[in-house]
Write a protein that binds this ligand. Sequence first.
Ligand code: LLP
Length: 438
Amino acid sequence: MTTNQLLKPVTLKRDKNLYIGGCDMTELAKKYGTPLYVIDEDTLRSVCRDYKKAFERYPHTRMMYASKALCTTAISKLLDSEGFGFDTVSIGEIYTVLKAGISLDKVLFNGNNKTEEELDFAIKNGIGRISVDNFAEVDLISKVGGRYNKVIDVLLRITPGIECHTHEYIQTGQLDSKFGFDLSQIDDVITKIITEHQNIRIRGLHAHIGSQIFEPQCFHDEIEVLIKEISRVDEKFNIKLDELNIGGGLGVKYTESDNPPSINEVADVIIDSLEKHTEIYGTEPPTLFLEPGRSIICTSGVTLYTIGSMKQVPNMTKYVTVDGGMADNPRPSMYQAEYVADVANDAEDREKEKVTIAGRFCESGDILIKDITLPKLETGDTLCVYNTGAYNYSMASNYNRVEKSAMVLVKDGKSDIIVYRETLDDLISHDVIPDRLK
Ligand code: LLP
């Protein structure tokens, strides 16, 4: 069993109230207000260690955290202390990592439309790798690299013809994707780089085949396609690509019925595939880059809400409303994502009932959890929703002009604020009234 297979944080305890990281969740709700994102440091470190242990037998492994799942300076610092590098996709993520005091040589810059301003910032500050996504970007990287007299190490982002999500897995010769080069375009991009751009050094290949993946076999097949390509490129161009970035994607357990594979199972499939296919295609074992996001941060995160109003539709649904919703967690309304929750205060003696947890935002679709059985909720209760570490804060919005929530890190009974709650003045801080309206 590895941490991504748990439904709740490793430190979770119930002693009348709910405790995570040794902290009483009802106390945190009082102290910091709600909605409140809580990150359990022990759970986060435990996932990192699961990954490192699982890949111990392939020493050329480099762990890169996909910052898009949750990017703050404290989270970056914590992952850096676990020896992780970073996969970033914007100047904002790069800036966050840099401001956390982390050297950019451990950072990869990826994305399908990097601007010149972003590339300039990344290259000026010594970005370790850039994943080249398209032909136009080749010229731009070379131009910016020239500005700083630098040789830029790049990976080529390719679409390997494999797409794998929780419930579907397709393998085709070609994928209709906005990301990266089609396999049939690799020769052209390599030719372009080696003939026109001496300041770009191609180090390897990069692919990402999906998110919330439950089938390890996808990674086996992805690696086969990539190693085959590395061998073909060597034969045709006499270029040795010794880096392979296979992306992220490992799934986590959001509900009782989710059964993601363990990190060990996935590692075994990946390493076996690498060993098998490097042997078959006669290539050297490459440095393996992994860039998981969700499976690193999801389980360590919970969100605390305060229960507000209630509405019983006669003979139908009972709606119980919390003080957050789609602005702090857009996943249920965007992807029909499912979550589980517990009452954080002591409600053991109450009878149970089935309710729907509604958000406070002005959209009928703002439903956080449909049909959940919980102790009969009362106004003022604290609700703890699990598995909100990934793609919640990072996709949060100010819809309805509501301030973004605070985030705290908990460990050994201590809580530290790592993101302040926005204030009303933050909300209007970028607004301007033109003179003619004054
Ligand atoms: N690498 C690349 C190139 C990616 O595009 C992604 C995610 C990752 C790594 C990290 O994948 P992960 O390990 O987190 O699955 N907002 C969606 C997820 C979008 C994922 C986009 N790419 C959600 O909330 O489910």
